[in-house]
Design a protein around this ligand. Sequence first.
Ligand SMILES: [Fe+2]
Ligand SMILES: [Fe+2]
Length: 195
Amino acid sequence: MEGVDERVLRYVEEHLKGEKVSGLDHSLRVLRWCERLAEGRDVDLEALRLAALLHDVSIPKSGRLRHYDVSADMAVELLRELGYDEVKIRAVEHCIRAHSRYGGPDPQTAEAEILYDADFLDYLGAIGLLRGILRALVEGEYSGDVSEAPMVLEAIIAKYRRPLYTEEARRIAEGRLRFLESFLKRLREELEFKA
Ligand SMILES: [Fe+2]
Ligand SMILES: [Fe+2]
């Protein structure tokens, strides 16, 4: 894969094996969005790509709680082993610690802002809908009863109304939110036997 350290890709693949919601597919989509959002900007693309690949790497072992810190620790250890320089490692580390909506510091660098936005986009739209339902099922917050799905979707929409850093991510997020809202409306109509 172009621009990607294959050793890091293999490490992520290995650690995310079996992960259902934030698996390798999620990390690779986040990587693609990071590249898109970075276009025309003066950023360290290498650090950004590494952070995108590694940002959720600990989830199967740490769970969602504080996964941003555990993933950052794992990334630092791996990148040291692979011989990356300390400046690069610190840049990646900050991106990962600051990427999550669950906690951690606010992004302080352009790279960290981009990763935050890229990760956020995967929680919205058709992809976000699937991942949100899947997450709620996997974490036992949702029974699978379709009549309860509107509540699950409302919670997703409410949670994800938050500021983003880059103009393009705001534009994409707006379209994705509109899709979620229209899906929710349609779902309610079907559940009320109106459509
Ligand atoms: Fe995350
Ligand atoms: Fe993520």
